[in-house]
Design a protein around this ligand. Structure first.
Ligand code: NAD
Ligand code: DAU
Length: 352
């Protein structure tokens, strides 16, 4: 039987957070999971319908920047561990509105750190502040090489600059106050429940609806894709067995040029829709490049593999097939989420 814990998961109504909450609620009946989320456009309680009535689960609507409310949650629920995912997470939005990224990602993280420090006082026994971060803090690679845990920070977008800053604050609390912390930096995730502003769900939705597929630049940028269930499995392993003060890179060992990935997506969606192979390639539309577009991300996740035994479980083609099937079977979820404010965002962003 595992030790009892009261775990605050922030951002649990979002894409990765909802997968993590589901995993922990089902796998650890001894843990009380407190999901703190303010429900921005990206947060959706529909994502957690299947576990919302479980006894070891509580949802609290709260802005992580509201430090007085956050402090009260620590006190009321006797929080001993934090897994912090709440963030503004979309690079394109950060280019339009950098301030909200600084506010949530930097000030929100600081508010959680401060609340944890005050509540835990100096008794850090069996306490942990786990910060979930991104490989984008390392900047951009050329044709060669990988990001390791020692790669110097070199963020380019307002999003990655805000995440880099939050990582620095977490390390500062460890060094200055002795706060027990761990950080993981992960590559691009894909899977069910991802908001359709990110490449994979956006393009699946557009292929279904015969809408243009807006490819930035020449489509030659490279990303390292990881199935979201593998990311949350890694968080589980690091949460339980990671060494305090350490950083772990998480990646899929799975690099794809955007245009090749898009052609694969088209093949898989067309197959499931019963369309002739390649029909939807005509939807590919090259558009102006993203400002400051990082050329290539690739994670070296050897440390996580060697020290904690984690490896990705799925071949990419299998994960994409599963993901496409999920979106095709959940068109109601897609329709709900893409009504209202999404339409305005899409029109302003793409003009297509
Ligand atoms: P997401 O945008 O899908 O979800 C973010 C969640 O945070 C939403 O539920 C939103 O309502 C909540 N939130 C936002 N601002 C908040 C605030 N002020 N107070 C409380 N809740 C707030 O994001 P995601 O893709 O699930 O990413 C989760 C975390 O993982 C982020 O920290 C992100 O930087 C990191 N990450 C994401 C990826 C990826 O590929 N998606 C990869 C590596 C790391
Ligand atoms: O690497 C981890 C990061 O991955 C996370 O920290 C971020 O939260 C997450 O959003 C993701 O960032 P990216 O910018 O890499 O993901 P996105 O899905 O926005 O874009 C993936 C690639 O596809 C990127 O090179 C830009 C390109 N793209 C994206 C969109 C939305 C297009 O060509 N057209 C598009 O319409």
């Amino acid at each position: 039987m595992t030790l009892k814990k009261n775990i605050l998961i922030t951002g649990g109504a979002g894409f990765i957070g909802s997968h993590l909450v589901r995993l922990f609620v089902n796998k650890y009946p001894n843990y009380q999971i407190i999901n703190m989320d303010v429900l921005t456009y990206a947060g959706n309680l529909e994502n957690l319908k299947d576990i919302e009535d479980k006894e070891n689960y509580t949802f609290i609507k709260c802005d992580i920047c509201d430090i007085e409310k956050v402090k009260k949650v620590f006190l009321d629920y006797k929080i001993d561990s934090v897994i912090h995912l709440a963030a503004e997470s979309h690079v394109d939005r950060s280019i339009e509105d950098p301030f909200s990224f600084a506010q949530t990602n930097v000030m929100g993280t600081l508010s959680l750190l401060q609340a944890a420090k005050e509540y835990w006082d100096t008794d850090f026994t069996n306490k942990l502040f786990y910060h979930v971060s991104t490989d984008e803090v390392y900047g951009s690679l050329g044709q060669e090489g990988f990001f390791t845990e020692e790669t110097a920070y070199d963020p380019h977008s307002p999003y990655s600059a805000s995440k880099a800053s939050s990582d620095h604050f977490v390390r500062a609390f460890a060094d200055t106050y002795g706060m027990p912390t761990v950080i993981s930096n992960c590559s691009n995730n894909y899977g069910s429940y991802q908001f359709p502003e990110k490449l994979i769900p956006l393009f699946i939705n557009n292929i279904i609806n015969n809408k243009p597929l807006p490819v930035y630049g020449k489509g030659e940028n490279v990303r390292d894709w990881l199935f979201v269930n593998d990311h949350v499995r890694a968080i589980d392993v690091i949460f339980h067995d990671g060494k305090l003060g350490e950083t772990y890179n998480i990646g899929g060992f799975n690099e794809w040029k955007n245009i090749d990935l898009i052609k694969l997506l088209i093949r898989v969606v067309d197959k499931h829709l019963g369309r002739v192979r390649g029909t939807s390639e005509k939807l590919i539309t090259f558009v102006a490049d993203r400002a400051g577009h990082d050329v290539r991300y690739a994670i070296d996740a050897t440390k996580l593999k060697d020290e904690l035994g984690w490896e990705p479980s799925l071949q990419f083609e299998e994960g994409i097939d599963e993901t496409v099937k999920w979106y095709l079977n959940h068109t109601d979820w897609l329709q709900n989420i893409t009504s209202g404010a999404y339409t305005k965002y899409y029109e302003d962003m793409y003009n297509l």
